[in-house]
Design a protein around this ligand. Sequence first.
Ligand code: ZN
Length: 241
Amino acid sequence: MRLTDHVTLVAGGAYGFDLSDPLDCHVYLVRGARHSVLVDAGAGRSAESIVRAVRATGADPGRLLLTHGHADHAGGAAALAERLPGLRVLAGAEATGWIAAGDEAGVSLDRGKASGYYPADYSFAPCPQVEALADGEEIDLGGGVVLRAVATPGHADGHLCFHLRAPGHRALFSGAEPARLPGSRVRGQSEQAGGARRGRAVPRPPRGLARAGRAPSGGRPRHPRPRAAAEEHDMTPRDSA
Ligand SMILES: [Zn+2]
């Protein structure tokens, strides 16, 4: 699904347009004059269809940029790297260890399975070649198309947003809410998240955050609804519902 001259949506699951496996986040292909990259990987069960969608555009992405380590965004990194020769995988430094090892506790997949969000037979394929991408690093795709990593820890430790500058077009790939929502961090869960694990009700965050990212409740780890690249004219997270 071509969104702009430079951005194509190549996958998205139940929170999106049902283009691929229900677990998949939105997966974007960003193209410049010389290079292209993928933003996020999906959960891994639809890697073949993602590769077909990428190939259909004629692009040969050299890098996969992961916004964070949750399985719906990073679980497919190994499968894509296997199918796209030479693909470099990059993520926020704090997330690389979990992604490299397929650490299910580190990326909260254990709790996601316990809640039924992920099926019990799902596994996070280790992606040992993942490299760290630092806050502020820029990737020049040519023709004035540049992606900049912006550290936004909150939804998950090591979370990065990617800010796109392109001719006549700016956008932000947020991956998930950069807001600090109770129960949504990969590590360092708050006391409130502890309450969630024990099945207690969790206090709702301030109204603005709740609207932006959906508050967890009833102990079910939530992944905020993936959103399409938001126009930079308004960088404030907006409700996509
Ligand atoms: Zn997430």
